[in-house]
Design a protein around this ligand. Structure first.
Ligand SMILES: [Fe+2]
Ligand SMILES: [Fe+2]
Length: 367
């Protein structure tokens, strides 16, 4: 058995070799153990050629040689449909652990099956695979398929219309973490907005395209910065603030990608009062598409589940967006439209919000 041989040799496998594993102790079906440096694009290309592009979903097991680029190797492994991505130094105990549960279900396969069975799971799985491919293409400066992005966007709008936004977002939060969770949530919130307010319009596709692509520039930002629970220092902030421009530098050469979508990706962190980045745009310079994407992005970030913070409720997230509108940062009309998606009816205008707040203050008993 190749696995036993690999273990016997202390996993001193020749680099870039592929082994068929038919080990009943590990699984009932054939598996592949791949020893490959996923940070080496030539190795990855050779592997893709050997396996066919795009690689078919199968039970692959990757062992990566390097430990200092987990984010990049994870996105590569996801793009190659890997079932597991194991750091080489941890491979031996991990394999032994898997062998020790011989005959039991494979965790990652079970996780995919659970996702597929959950509300909206098929569209979430498809979007997750597409996002992994996008991040990987960005990291390698390879082109991506705009058609595939369109197709995922259309599927999201249909799926979220059937499933309901709240259930769909719950499934994402239960099955994904980190940057992918955020990108999926933004795509889902945008699709829900499009399903309710933009169905059948050009803007609907532009919005889902922009939502799927908006944060791919984060592949440039070190993971320890992206995942830092506390405040970022100025150097770290500069790294984060570079992500919209990095995305557009990569996307600009994509044939068929509409300038409106590029503009929304570049400016999704602008604020109506000019305090945003990268260009400090103000009110009228920020397009309707960008304003909608910004509101969806902020909402998704607020309802995200992180290890260090529980998700806010939809109501609390909308309340924070209304505060942002009162502060002159985000577009109230788009906040109101998004609130409708989640079953909330906000006052017609920001002035009505102020009147309601004043009345509420008056009705409070005097101190
Ligand atoms: Fe962003
Ligand atoms: Fe974002």
């Amino acid at each position: 058995m190749e696995l036993a041989r690999g273990l016997a040799h202390g996993l001193a496998l020749p680099s870039n070799c592929v082994f068929d594993i038919e080990d009943g102790g590990l699984a009932a079906r054939p598996r592949l153990l791949v020893d490959i440096d996923l940070t080496d694009t030539r190795s990855v290309d050779r592997f893709r050629q050997a396996m066919g592009t795009p690689p078919a979903r199968r039970d692959w097991l990757f062992i990566v040689a390097r430990t200092d680029a987990r984010h990049q190797t994870q996105t590569q492994a996801n793009a190659l449909n890997a079932s597991r991505n194991i750091v080489r130094s941890e491979a031996r105990p991990a394999l032994l652990r898997m062998m020790s549960v011989a005959g039991q279900r494979d965790g990652s396969r079970a996780a995919v099956e659970a996702l597929l069975a959950a509300p909206g799971g098929r569209s979430i799985h498809a979007a997750g695979v597409e996002l992994a491919g996008l991040f990987s293409s960005f990291s390698d400066a390879r082109p991506f398929s705009l058609q595939a992005v369109h197709a995922v966007g259309t599927e999201l709008i249909g799926s979220i219309g059937d499933t309901g936004a709240a259930n769909w977002l719950d499934t994402v939060r239960g099955h994904h973490e980190g940057t992918f969770q955020h990108c999926l949530l933004v795509a889902g919130v945008a699709a829900a907005y499009a399903a309710r307010h933009l169905r059948g319009t050009r803007m609907a596709r532009r919005l889902t395209d922009a939502a799927l692509l908006h944060d791919i520039g984060k592949a440039c930002v070190p993971l320890h910065v992206l995942d830092k629970p506390g405040r970022l220092d100025e150097t770290e902030l500069d790294l984060v603030r570079a992500h919209p421009r990095a995305a557009v530098d990569y996307l600009a050469s994509t044939p068929g990608l509409e300038p409106e979508v590029l503009d929304a990706v570049l400016h999704h962190h602008e604020a109506l009062d000019g305090s945003g980045y990268p260009d400090g745009l103000r009110g009228g310079d920020i397009t309707a598409l960008t304003r909608i994407l910004t509101v969806c992005d902020i909402f998704a970030a607020l309802v995200e589940r992180r290890a260090y913070k529980p998700p806010l409720s939809d109501e609390d997230a909308i309340a924070i967006l209304v505060d942002g509108a009162l502060d002159g940062k985000v577009d109230y009309i788009r906040v109101r439209s998004l609130a409708e998606v989640f079953g909330m009816n906000l006052p017609a205008t920001l002035d009505d919000v102020r009147v309601n707040m004043a009345r509420a203050a008056e009705s409070l008993p005097a101190q």
